[in-house]
Design a protein around this ligand. Structure first.
Ligand SMILES: *[C@@H]1O[C@H](CO)[C@@H](O)[C@H](O)[C@H]1NC(C)=O
Length: 320
C-alpha cells in the first residue's frame, strides 16, 4: 500500500510540542487568516439575510388590515338600501380591524359587448388587492347578503388553519350533484387560497374568501379571461368559475369547500341543499336570487333581517 500524500498536519499542535519562533509566527498568521475568513462569512450571512428578507418576506406595515371586505354595488338599488348594506359591512369591519372596499358594478370595463354586471366582482377584487397589497385575505360578499353575526371574526370562524381543516368538505363533487371532479383530501389549512361554498345547484360566487398572493392574481386573471366573459355562460361568471375549478388542477388544489351555512346561508330554502337555510346566529344571510326574479324585491325581503341586524348591532354583543 502506498500513500501519495502524508496526512495533513493539524493546525493546533499539541500543547506539549516545542514551539520554535517560526512555528509561532506561522500559527499567528494562520489565526489571523481564520479570523478574516470568519468575519467575511458572518458579513456574507448578514448581507444575504438582509437582501433575502427585503425581497421575499416583505415586512407588513403596522396598521395593515388583515382582511378586506369587498362588495360590489349595483346603483340601481335604492339609495337607502345601499346605505344599509354599506353600514352592515362597515360595522363588521370596524369591530375586527378589517377594511372595506366598495366599487360600483359599472366601474370596470367588462368587454365589448359588455359581459353581465355580475362579472365586476372579479376586477373589483383585483382592484382591492392593489389598494391593500399587504392584507392577507379578501372576503367578497354580495350586495344581496347581510352579515348577521358580526361578533364572528373570519380568522376564528373560518380561516385559522385547524378550523379550516375541520370545515373542509373533501372528496365531494366540486360541482353538484355529480361532477367527476372531486375536492382534494389532505389539503393543509394554511395552504388554501380560496374558500368557497356550494348550494344545491353549483358553486356559489356570492360569498368567498381569497388569500392574497400570486396565486390569487393568477386565479382572478384566469377567471376574467375574455374568452370566458364572451362565452355567454348561462350563469355568467358562476359557470366560468365552475369551468375553471373543474379543468384546472392548480385551482382545485388550493380550494377549500366548506359547509354552506358557514359563510353563505340562504334566506329561503337553499336550492336542493336543505342544510343551507339561514338560522338565527348564522354568520351571513344571503337573499340569493332576489335580484334575478321579477316577482321578488330584495329590499323588501331584506327588511326584517335588516331590522334584526340593527338590534344585534346595538345590543352590545361586541365580543369573540
Ligand atoms: C358609485 O356611484 C355613486 C353614485 O353614482 C358615486 O357617488 C360613487 O362615487 C361611485 N363609487 C365609486 C367607487 O366609483
Amino acid at each position: 500500500m502506498h500513500f501519495a500524500y502524508a496526512p495533513r498536519k493539524t493546525s493546533n499542535p499539541p500543547p506539549y510540542a516545542a514551539r520554535s519562533p517560526k512555528s509561532q509566527y506561522l500559527r499567528r498568521s494562520r489565526l489571523q487568516l481564520l479570523g478574516l475568513v470568519a468575519a467575511g462569512a458572518l458579513f456574507s450571512i448578514w448581507l444575504l439575510s438582509t437582501l433575502f428578507r427585503s425581497s421575499s418576506a416583505r415586512k407588513i406595515p403596522a396598521g395593515t388590515p388583515p382582511v378586506v371586505l369587498v362588495t360590489t354595488i349595483d346603483r340601481r338599488a335604492s339609495p337607502a338600501s345601499i346605505a344599509n348594506i354599506l353600514d352592515n359591512r362597515k360595522d363588521y369591519a370596524f369591530r375586527h380591524g378589517y377594511a372595506t372596499f366598495f366599487a360600483n358594478t359599472s366601474d370596470y370595463d367588462l368587454g365589448v359587448p359588455p359581459a353581465p354586471d355580475s362579472w365586476s366582482k372579479v376586477p373589483a377584487l383585483r382592484h382591492a388587492m392593489t389598494l391593500y397589497p399587504h392584507s392577507a385575505f379578501f372576503f367578497y360578499l354580495s350586495q344581496n347578503a347581510l352579515i348577521m353575526n358580526p361578533s364572528l371574526s373570519l380568522e376564528r370562524h373560518v380561516l385559522g388553519p385547524a378550523r379550516l381543516e375541520s370545515l373542509m368538505i373533501v372528496d365531494k363533487p366540486v360541482v353538484p350533484p355529480d361532477s367527476v371532479i372531486k375536492t382534494f383530501s389532505h389539503l393543509k389549512g394554511d395552504r388554501i387560497n380560496l374558500v368557497i361554498t356550494q348550494d344545491g345547484e353549483g358553486l356559489s360566487q356570492e360569498s368567498f374568501i381569497l388569500r392574497r398572493g400570486n396565486w390569487a392574481k393568477y386565479f382572478l386573471d384566469s377567471w376574467f379571461d375574455p374568452l370566458y366573459r364572451s362565452y355567454n355562460f348561462q350563469k355568467a361568471e358562476g359557470h366560468a368559475l365552475e369551468h375553471l375549478v373543474q379543468w384546472h388542477g392548480t385551482v382545485l388544489a388550493k380550494l377549500a369547500l366548506i359547509p354552506q351555512r358557514t359563510i353563505n346561508s340562504y334566506s329561503r330554502d337553499s336550492s336542493n341543499n336543505k342544510d343551507g337555510t339561514y338560522h338565527e346566529g348564522d354568520f351571513v344571510a344571503n337573499f340569493h336570487g332576489c335580484d334575478r326574479d321579477g316577482n321578488r324585491n330584495c329590499e323588501k325581503e331584506m327588511a326584517p333581517l335588516m331590522t334584526r341586524w340593527r338590534e344585534i348591532r346595538d345590543s352590545g354583543t361586541r365580543r369573540v
